[in-house]
Design a protein around this ligand. Structure first.
Ligand SMILES: Cc1cc2nc3c(=O)[nH]c(=O)nc-3n(C[C@H](O)[C@H](O)[C@H](O)COP(=O)(O)OP(=O)(O)OC[C@H]3O[C@@H](n4cnc5c(N)ncnc54)[C@H](O)[C@@H]3O)c2cc1C
Length: 382
């Protein structure tokens, strides 16, 4: 077992870290304050080539491993989790839907422009009435001649307001439940497709979280990913691996909170000595560092499993569950170390505390991670 990154992986991490800390981090507070989509930072991430990560060269990408994508997500999230999410959705939820579900023509048409970062993608599965229970979705696709007509609405779609392409999960027959779910790529500007309400959020306030409305929206059959009914399996396959990225987002946020707490503990004086001199503070720092290390090991292990092509679903759930719940613990302790300073707007730990909270909700809540893991454990149990 080798717990070290290779020289190449260390260099990659350093490159993304330097970029994230120099170019992205200085803007995180203002992006959060103004709920502003960081278009200029997304362009810089594109210039760095990160939109091509995980996407094969045949479709405009640079290939690369999931471990590299995990490291990049961690580093970008340290700096600004909103910016990280805007990028992550494109390579992970959107990119994987195309890679796993698209034919050659669709990959060339819909993946290549996103791999360059010139265009953005989104993934629309959730609806107002169903998130965890995705099989209950109601957005309807009716066959009509050479194409389909879509009616319904999607909720909470990250990048929804900016995306040029959206993978939309619909049903051709709600009575069929999972067997009716069918995915399409819908292009921005398609007649009958519009962006509705934008949610105001507690954290990751720089990403749009949008309602998408389909009102007699015509989509050519050429935009359908796989046959009718193949969409549920596709969505689940995509989420199995993409949740590793959310674990990495949580890890990056928690690392930022810890780093701030460590620095503050050394500098802040109380009772004639730095906070770091008190054992109570030292124990908090030690527990935080242990939590971070454990989460990183779980995440890097499962990313490596995916890269090796071995079964990984249980380990992905473990890593996402642990990393996201760890982030809440670490950010809370980091705020405690800061005292009142950590509770006021403008402090890094205050933003981290809000930003991390969604990670145990989206791309499968903690309860759904436990449920999925338990299914696997019971099946293994003999
Ligand atoms: C900021 C943000 C961005 C998002 N981005 C996207 C996106 O880009 N694309 C997209 O498709 N969706 C997106 N979502 C939706 C997100 O994936 C869902 O919110 C999530 O899957 C949970 O679904 P829900 O909100 O409907 O909660 P529900 O499914 O209603 O669950 C409510 C509670 O009940 C629990 N629960 C549900 N079922 C069970 C069960 N069987 N056993 C035990 N407990 C259960 C849940 O764990 C949770 O605690 C986003 C959400 C947010 C907040």
């Amino acid at each position: 077992m080798d717990f070290e990154l290779t020289e190449q992986q260390r260099l990659f991490r350093q490159t993304v870290r330097d970029f994230a800390r120099k170019e992205v981090a200085p803007h995180a507070s203002e992006i959060d304050e103004h709920e502003r989509f960081p278009a200029e930072l997304v362009r810089k991430i594109a210039d760095l080539g990160l939109f091509g990560l995980s996407i094969p060269p045949a479709y405009g990408g640079h290939g690369g491993t999931l471990l590299e994508a995990t490291i990049a997500m961690e580093e970008l999230s340290w700096a600004c989790p909103s910016t990280a999410l805007a990028w992550g959705v494109c390579i992970s939820l959107y990119g994987s839907s195309l890679l796993k579900g698209g034919d050659e023509e669709q990959k060339k048409r819909f993946l290549t422009p996103v791999a360059s970062g010139q265009h953005l993608g989104a993934f629309a599965l959730s609806e107002a009435s169903c998130g965890s229970d995705a099989a209950a979705l109601r957005c309807h696709a009716r066959r009509d001649g050479e194409g389909y007509v879509l009616n319904g609405a999607k909720y909470w779609i990250s990048n929804g307001a900016e995306a040029d392409y959206v993978v939309v999960y619909t049903t051709v027959d709600p009575a069929l439940r999972t067997k009716g779910i069918t995915a399409f790529v819908v292009e921005k500007g398609a007649r009958g497709f519009s962006v509705g309400k934008l949610e105001r959020k507690m954290g990751i306030r720089g990403t749009s979280t949008a309602e998408l409305i389909f009102d007699d929206c015509r989509v050519p059959a050429a935009n359908r990913l796989g046959p009718d009914g193949a969409g549920f399996r596709l969505a689940m396959n995509v989420l199995d691996a993409s949740r590793i990225g959310i674990g990495a987002q949580a890890l990056g946020i928690a690392q930022a909170a810890y780093d701030a707490a460590l620095g503050y503990a050394k500098q802040r004086q109380a009772f004639g000595q730095p906070l770091a001199g008190f054992q109570a503070i030292q124990w908090m720092l030690a527990d935080m560092a242990t939590d971070l290390d454990a989460a990183r090991l779980l995440l890097y292990r499962v990313a490596t499993m995916v890269d090796k092509g071995v079964p990984f679903i249980k380990e992905a759930c473990m890593a996402k569950l642990f990393a996201t719940e760890m982030a809440e613990r670490v950010c809370s302790k980091a705020m405690q170390v800061h005292g009142g300073v950590g509770y006021v707007k403008g402090s890094v730990v205050e933003r981290c505390y809000r930003d991390q909270r969604v990670t145990s909700i989206y791309e499968g809540t903690s309860e759904i991670q436990r449920l999925t893991m338990a299914r696997q454990l019971l099946a293994e149990g003999g």
